[in-house]
Design a protein around this ligand. Structure first.
Ligand SMILES: Cc1cc2nc3c(=O)[nH]c(=O)nc-3n(C[C@H](O)[C@H](O)[C@H](O)COP(=O)(O)OP(=O)(O)OC[C@H]3O[C@@H](n4cnc5c(N)ncnc54)[C@H](O)[C@@H]3O)c2cc1C
Length: 198
């Protein structure tokens, strides 16, 4: 049986109420637990956490799923803090051993010291920005996708600790057009696709 660790990284602040990401987290748990029959653990960063226990969840899981809104073109500070604390607790303790370099050849192999090899991760993000801001020439993101643009560092972080990516899924324009019914349908189709790669 596959083991899935689901993180809801959406705090409640200002006009980001966390409701969309909480709903998304519930869909993910329902899909893997009730539909696929997998073993699921969760963390909601709003509920507090102990870094050492979170390390155990990362090590336990076959797949880690991150749900996050985008705040000022990056992770919310709460989720970044979670990662800083948990990955630091996992240094030489399950998450990463080192930066991967050896003194004999210090210019090579940076980023190969992760200890989470054999595991995968999936990212979802939610945006006020419409998809066209990423896809259309002359619009704000100049045709840089979420994964290759704003979230490039996030994906490198996961590579650094040894995780391999599953396809991400991004929800655009969720403040003005959350379209919950269609979002759920599209997201479940995505989960059906990625779950074939587990
Ligand atoms: C500090 C800050 C910086 C930001 N920076 C950026 C940025 O750089 N770029 C950008 O694009 N956006 C930005 N945003 C917007 C942010 O990305 C969105 O507010 C966030 O993605 C919304 O996610 P949420 O989980 O908080 O949803 P919520 O705000 O809780 O929900 C969004 C909408 O969906 C509805 N909804 C949610 N769940 C359900 C449900 N189950 N049934 C019916 N309706 C539902 C809610 O009622 C609401 O209308 C920023 C927001 C903040 C606070």
């Amino acid at each position: 049986m596959k083991k899935i660790f689901v993180i809801n990284g959406a705090p409640k602040f200002a006009h980001s109420g966390g409701e969309f990401n909480k709903t998304l987290t519930d869909w993910t748990v329902d899909y893997f637990k009730n539909y696929k029959g997998y073993d699921v653990k969760t963390t909601d960063i709003n509920d507090g956490y102990k870094p050492e226990e979170e390390v155990e969840k990362f090590v336990w899981a076959d797949v880690i799923i991150y749900h996050t809104p985008i705040w000022w073109f990056q992770l919310p500070n709460h989720l970044k803090k979670y990662i800083d604390e948990v990955f630091t607790a996992g240094h030489q303790n399950g998450i990463y051993f080192s930066d991967g370099r050896r003194s004999a050849n210090p210019t090579r192999n940076y980023g190969t010291g992760g200890l989470l090899q054999g595991r995968k991760y999936m990212l979802t993000t939610t945006w006020n920005a419409p998809v066209e801001a990423f896809t259309l020439e002359d619009e704000f993101f100049k045709q840089h996708s979420v994964d290759k643009g704003v979230m490039f560092g996030f994906h490198q972080m996961n590579a650094f600790v040894g995780l391999k990516p599953l396809d991400s899924f991004h929800f655009y324009d969720v403040m003005k057009n959350p379209n919950i019914g269609q979002s759920e349908k599209n997201y479940r189709a995505h989960l059906n696709k990625v779950s074939k790669e587990l």
